[in-house]
Design a protein around this ligand. Sequence first.
Ligand code: AR6
Length: 177
Amino acid sequence: MAKLEVIEGDITVLAVDAIVNAANSGLLGGGGVDGAIHRAAGPALLEECRRVAAARQNVPGGPCPAGDAVITGPGLLPCKQVIHTVGPVWHGGGRGESGLLASCYRKSLLLAEKAALESIAFPNISTGVYGYPRDKAAGTAVTAVRETLEQTPGIRRVIFVCFDRENYELYRRILPA
Ligand code: AR6
């Protein structure tokens, strides 16, 4: 079984096999962690995202609908690949948000497994601009990861990267050191 870790910090500096981006369905960058990843990765990442988005123009709700994920190279980042997933916008919880958020974590891990990646770092998807309550998101994220790891034997290390103290403390409560 893979090791689940929690750290507080900036996901862009991690030299893991994959970092996950909390993108939007257009896949062409934005604010928050998406902006930080594109700034650090440089134009090669945006160029690749453009190609991926163009190839997915016909995907309903796309290029990458909420709950889905795609994989690219890292540009100038120290990781080996970037997995871009799109979290749900929080509308109060009655619009399938938890299933979509769980799907982000599940599909990201499945993509990593398929690409033979062993370590993967996640930001706290949807808990910024998209307004998902942090405590609910943390519980859904950890449950979805634990469930999916049963189908991804190649993944040895999952890191939850918390950018703010509140998320860090929430994850620490769920996953004590
Ligand atoms: N490293 C790790 N986590 C970070 C970093 C960083 N460098 N910067 C921010 N976070 P958000 P969302 C945390 O808003 O809610 C974008 O514009 C942040 O503290 O980045 O899924 C996209 O293009 C928060 O806990 O993503 C979409 O349009 C978490 O990352 C939209 O925002 C997610 O916050 C997606 O919204």
